[in-house]
Design a protein around this ligand. Sequence first.
Ligand code: ZN
Length: 326
Amino acid sequence: MATTFQQLKDNRFEDAVRIMREAARLDRTHEEHVAGYHVRTRVQNALRYIENDKLADKIRDCSRSARCQSLWCSDCRRTAADAIERQMRKRLVDDEDLYRILSGEVEIDRESDAFNSHMNSSIHHVSGYVGLVSLDADNVRKGLEFDKRRWKRIRERKHSSSFWIAGNYELELVNYRYLLQSTNPGSDKKQLQIAQLLKHSIDQGWITKGENIGVLLHWHAVSNADKRQLEDAIGTAYWLGDQRLYKSGSSGLYVQRLHASKSFDKNIQKLASYALKSATRYKHSFTGSDVGDELMLNSELGALIGLYHSIQGRSWRSLVLTHSMG
Ligand SMILES: [Zn+2]
């Protein structure tokens, strides 16, 4: 049977995943960490290491007429963050207008303390965890679909209050074999959470026992709901089986206040780009207790960049999370 172009493309990605999995099994010192001062250099090295030259070329040759759409390209990352911020701003219009009417101002003074303290206290940063998913596009899509169906069910319920939530999904690379072995006391909370998410994801069929690296599929968003409203609307929909995620609120989500010391616009701008990091380091160290930002291996970074590319969709559409209730 003739091999189609699509099959070739799929195989290439499968190769990257296979190389990455093999590398994860080996001693981590057998493969070089991504090197280079600039993210650009690390990205090129990582993608060429796993022989995804097509994507490496696309990112290298990104121009106004042919955008690469990779979050590891500084221009495209900015465009993606702007797109997420627009989604948030679309939702915020009514809340800002309500403030304007209540304050009696004709036009909002965005520099004023009154505006900033009102908006910073009425809008919250909310995060939710879906699972620890195998590093391949099909399983990440399954996780995303699961979460989208969950929101559909939540939306269809009767709600005692109306609110909105807007943000985006993030894929964070986690070497859980190392993380679960780690004796770093600071990682207790993360270890318990990872163990819970791993069990849940094995039950869901999103990852197989014995893999070492997974993608922590989660989202960050802003919402005009407070903790109580979210608890009422969401119930136990975010629980992992019969328990909520360790140290999360009773809804299973994290609800945080915006930084009171920053302007509201700055807070929104920061949150819109927060979940679109062009990560080349692990957030959690595995090999030592003193290093908090261990560099990924070339195979790991290459596979993560390729994974985003297969699932993000045109204009990062598949990463967007935006819902309104009531
Ligand atoms: Zn680009």
